[in-house]
Ligand binder design. Structure first.
Ligand code: HPA
Length: 246
């Protein structure tokens, strides 16, 4: 039973784990990964962060995991906080999203060859994985926020202050550029997915200029990765309920 971690910005390596490199060929392109028998680690943005958010080959990434038999995914995201009650540097376990991205290959259900289907995203993030993840993050001594709505924008530019106010009015808590289409594609492939976001700035207009946090975050990031490894080790595929394809 193999499960996957998708590492976002700043989460490029897993220390203390013996992983070998492999390149997986998919109909959408080749995907470099690192893995052992239980765990696949995928850098979302590719080697050396070579793909900006709007150029990430999301379908190839998710297809590569599917071909390896992955059914459970924990993914990290560097985000901006737009809910003033949130705090920077406090990991958030995501529970919903709004998709503002555009112009991306966002589905596998686009040819008769792949079949047609509408994935039900009523429960976008797996409650079982999210529960265990919360416990594992806390067990490592980190504060964690349970529940957050991710506004997924196109990037690579940051937002305008009015956009941030609009997203907040619509119910978003954090903003980032990569959850969509990654999450819906994973659900289309029958995977269960938990998301752990990490706020590195306040949204545009909430501070005079965007200031990215760089200090004192290495330990938090290491522990976030550890918590995801522990979560995947403590769960099994058959405990999770994949999204339905209608
Ligand atoms: N906006 C969009 N994406 C981001 C941000 C932001 O403020 N911070 C980190 N990723």
């Amino acid at each position: 039973m193999v499960a996957a971690i998708i590492g976002g910005t700043g989460m490029y390596a897993i220390k203390d784990l013996d992983l070998h490199e492999e390149t997986i060929s998919t109909p959408y392109g080749a995907v470099p990964i690192r893995r052992n028998d239980d765990l696949v680690f995928l850098n979302r943005h590719g080697p050396n962060h070579s793909a900006p958010p709007h150029k990430v080959n999301y379908r190839a990434n998710i297809k590569a995991l599917a071909q390896l038999g992955v059914k459970r995914v924990c993914a990290t995201f560097a985000v901006g906080a737009i809910n003033p009650d949130f705090a920077l540097k406090v990991p958030v376990i995501l529970d919903d999203f709004i998709d503002f991205s555009s112009g991306r290959e966002h589905t596998f259900f686009d040819t008769m060859k792949n079949g047609v289907g509408d994935v039900d995203v009523s429960v976008p993030f797996c409650p079982v994985l999210s529960n265990v993840l919360e416990k594992e993050v806390r067990a490592l001594g980190l504060t964690v926020r349970r529940g957050g709505v991710y506004a997924s924008t196109n990037g690579p530019r940051f937002e305008s202050p009015a956009e941030i106010r609009a997203y907040r009015t619509l119910g978003a808590d954090v903003v980032g550029m990569t959850l969509c289409p990654e999450l819906p594609l994973a659900l289309e492939q029958g995977m269960s997915y938990a998301g752990l976001a990490f706020s590195i700035n306040w949204g545009a207009g909430m501070t005079p200029t965007i200031e990215l946090v760089h200090d004192d975050i290495d330990d938090i990031k290491t522990n976030m990765l550890r918590a995801m490894i522990n979560t995947l080790a403590a769960t099994r595929d058959d405990q999770c309920t994949p999204a339905r394809i209608l």
